[in-house]
Design a protein around this ligand. Structure first.
Ligand code: PEP
Length: 247
């Protein structure tokens, strides 16, 4: 039985002091959650958030990392920095990074390999545009994204990873995929993991749905057989996150 995982993605929101205040609001609201609860926060918020949630059931993640160990990469953040700051997870390949910062599948693969080498748990994002869905190529597209992201990843490593299926047309739009659409793609992702690694890995890896998850739709989405929780953007910045984490 896979443990659910609900992760917030704060994106470029929350100054350090706002971040600490939000943690104080969220801590009691998620305390009863039976899922793994993660807050993925801006790099500058990692240290204060780690302190603010110490001793609670909340783990901390970064929203990105760079695939080199150190050096002349102004503005980037390394896996060692994230780990030393006390975070355990890192979002890799979010559609906003793919779109605005031109991250390719090959770059995402390098980031996944670096995260694993250093002991961070990657939350690997994938998902189609509305145009791709209308063209009927959603499953092909997502299969390709996953296959490239996982190149060089062992079965043992893959077991501990998290995949977030996030249809781009559902992110931040208030339009949620139907439970059938979300389940269909999450199952297709599990199938591709099964093809590459076998049943044990496919049964172990956790697959989230993301895209306008809210307090009202979370329970139904998370009840689907191949949906192991959610990656939550807008709703993770408010008390709704407590409802979602306990859904
Ligand atoms: C996200 O950014 O990963 C996301 C799913 O955002 P939202 O929940 O706001 O759609």
């Amino acid at each position: 039985m896979r443990k659910k995982i609900v992760a917030g993605n704060w994106k470029m929101n929350m100054t350090p002091s706002e971040a600490v205040a939000l943690c104080e609001t969220l801590k009691p609201l998620v305390a009863e959650s039976e899922a793994d609860v993660v807050l993925c926060v801006p790099a500058i918020d990692i240290c204060p958030v780690v302190e603010a949630v110490r001793g609670t059931n909340i783990a901390v993640g970064a929203e990105n990392l760079y695939y080199e160990d150190k050096g002349a990469y102004t503005g980037e953040i390394s896996a060692d920095m994230i780990l030393d700051a006390g975070a355990k997870y890192v979002i890799i390949g979010h559609s906003e990074r793919r779109d605005y910062f031109k991250e390719t599948d090959a770059i995402i693969n390098k980031k996944v390999l670096k995260a694993l080498e250093k002991g961070l748990i990657p939350i690997v994002c994938c998902g189609e545009t509305l145009e791709q869905r209308e063209q009927g190529i959603t499953i092909d597209w997502v299969r390709m994204q996953i296959k490239i992201a996982f190149q060089g990843v062992s079965a043992e490593q893959a077991k501990g990873m998290v995949i977030a299926y996030e249809p781009i047309w559902a992110i931040g739009t208030g339009v949620t995929a139907t439970t059938e659409q979300a389940q269909e793609v999450c199952k297709a992702i599990r199938d591709v993991i099964c093809e590459v690694y076998g049943t044990d890995t496919a049964e172990a890896i956790r697959i989230q749905y993301g895209g306008s998850v809210n307090a009202k739709n979370a329970a139904e989405l998370f009840a689907q057989p191949d949906i192991d929780g959610g990656l939550v953007g807008g709703a993770s910045l408010k008390a709704d996150f407590g409802v979602i984490a306990t859904a």
